[in-house]
Design a protein around this ligand. Structure first.
Ligand code: SAH
Length: 506
């Protein structure tokens, strides 16, 4: 009989994944089993161990949904299997979270538990919209209310008379479905029909929306603006909002949908950067990295690695491909004990650092030609042996510059990019419906593969702006007749987003 497991009731925070607590994130990383609500951001599950069991338990009406009893039963069963279970709930686990029922079920079978607080939707929505729930000038008290009990059924705990007279801010959770009743009851019980109301949907996400109307018009506004759950209803003077506190939706890239077109890993990283600037990332892979490390060129270079004066990596992908092979060979960073290393760009240097290597040289400008020129200025390369470990598709600029400096260059293809795409139909539809604002390209091969799947005229007709990371990528776009709105002056993904931000804040 296995020992009893342990259950952590963890608040996932209001939406945006990194608004979870450190403790919550740590527990997800170590759990054997995660039982997740629909409102918990699925990105958090990426923190879980590869072998963790994930059970999604949406609690809506309809197929595939779970009753509270079923959830309790799963929770108890997993814990009794001896597992460390994280019960992941949106916002704070105990704010309208039915934690009591889950805890009673655990207590009945003697399973121990811990509760990990999270940021509840009302608090986050307030701080992401400039709606101050407790500003001393107009709201000395705030009430959180469930809208689900507002359906007028017998035995509800909602006292409309008290709420109508409440001299502060009212925040209704789960109230979009019963909004007509909420508005009607508040007015019928004496609340001024002109009281400001705000609806905040998808708080903290790039899709966050706020609509406002007086109490007697809010139902119509909600329907017209098609506000859907999850959303909060905020009633009272606070709902007017303070424009100077409204930082989130004022970010220059807020509301922009930006497509990234790299490989899956590159897209995931770029998507985080896009979301950090308040925009909505759309990931559309155009290629996958295919190692060429079984080829003779690589194996030969590896055998004579100690004879090279310099080894140059030009991308994080190259670094990862190289060290993946080293891992399978049972080797590590010490293979470079006798070499000096150069990295093109700080991202490549960071990748080397992850394997314990501090690059000897990281040029401050980000093209191959510049790297070569600076390396020559730094070191006398005459008759020096240089090993280039990079993409098969790289241009010959760097090789030429180094050879002009007198170096013997061995340009070894470490990997290549094979075409692979996301779902072109889905992206095309979004473009045609005007839901995409920017397309970004970070390499000529991404450009080629993208436009094999989506015609150039679809992009131009959809009013999509095209941004390129640098001149080589721009040249490829020009060749296909794509109008390039901007080429980033700094040829990094950060530089690319910075340039887009400049255009949008004009
Ligand atoms: N325990 C959760 C609330 C669960 S009830 C918490 O502490 O936040 C579910 C309700 O929460 C939704 O119907 C909606 O009213 C609100 N909600 C949750 N996430 C939200 C979000 N990102 N934006 C707006 N409302 C949200």
């Amino acid at each position: 009989m296995p020992s009893k497991g342990f259950v952590y009731l963890v608040g996932a925070g209001p939406g945006r994944a990194d608004l979870i607590t450190l403790r919550g994130a740590e527990l997800i990383k170590t759990a054997d089993c995660i039982i997740a609500d629909k409102l918990a951001n699925p990105a958090l599950l990426e923190l879980a161990r590869a072998d963790a069991e994930i059970v999604n338990v949406p609690k809506r009406i309809g197929a595939g949904s779970f009753t509270q009893d079923q959830i309790n039963e799963i929770l108890v069963r997993k814990a009794l299997e001896g597992k460390t279970v994280v019960r992941l709930k949106g916002g704070d686990p105990c704010v309208f979270g039915r934690v009591t029922e889950e805890v009673v079920a655990l207590n009945e079978v003697g399973v121990k538990f811990e509760i990990v607080p999270g940021i509840t939707a009302a608090i986050a929505a307030s701080e992401y919209t400039g709606i101050m729930l407790t500003d001393r000038r107009y709201s000395s008290q705030v009430a959180f209310i469930t809208g689900r009990e507002a359906d007028g059924k017998q035995g509800t705990n909602i006292d409309w008379d008290v709420l109508a007279r409440f001299p502060g801010t009212l925040v209704f959770y789960m109230g979009i479905g019963t909004l007509p009743l909420i508005a009607k009851e508040l007015i019928a019980n004496g609340r001024d029909a002109s009281t400001p109301v705000a609806l905040v949907a998808n708080a903290t996400f790039p899709t966050q929306r706020v609509v406002r109307a007086p109490l007697n018009e809010i139902v119509e506004t909600c329907q017209r603006e098609k506000i859907e759950p999850p959303a909060l209803i905020i009633v009272g003077a606070a709902a007017e909002g303070e424009s100077e506190l409204d930082w989130f939706m004022k970010q220059p890239l807020f509301g922009q949908s930006i497509v990234s077109t790299r490989d899956a890993a590159g897209n995931a990283e770029f998507a985080r950067m896009i979301a950090n600037r308040g925009a909505r990332p759309v990931e559309f892979p155009t290629f996958a990295i295919k190692p060429l490390t079984e080829g003779n060129a690589f194996l030969h270079a590896l055998a004579e690695l100690t004879t090279y004066d310099w080894v140059i990596f030009t991308s994080p992908n190259g670094v990862d491909v190289f060290f993946d092979v080293m891992a399978t060979l049972g080797k590590d960073a010490r293979v470079f004990a006798s070499n000096r290393l150069a990295a093109l760009g700080t991202k490549t240097a960071d990748a080397l650092a992850r394997y314990g290597i501090r690059a000897d040289f990281v040029p401050t400008v980000f093209t191959g030609r510049e790297l070569g020129t600076q390396l020559i200025a730094l070191a006398n390369l005459h008759e020096k042996k240089i090993l280039l470990l990079r993409s098969e598709l790289a241009t010959s600029d760097l090789v030429e510059v180094l050879q002009q400096g007198g170096a013997q260059v061995n340009d070894v293809p470490l990997y290549t990019a094979v075409p692979q795409t996301g779902d072109p139909a889905a992206l095309r539809e979004q473009i045609e419906q005007g839901q995409i604002h920017w397309l970004t390209f970070a390499s000529p091969s991404a450009v080629r593969n993208f436009f094999k799947r989506i015609p150039v005229d679809v992009v131009s007709a959809g009013n999509v702006k095209v941004a390129s990371i640098g001149p080589v990528t721009t040249a490829q776009l020009d060749k296909l007749g794509v109008h390039v709105r901007l080429t980033a002056p700094e040829h990094t993904t950060d530089g690319l987003l910075g340039a887009i931000e400049q255009v949008e804040s004009r």
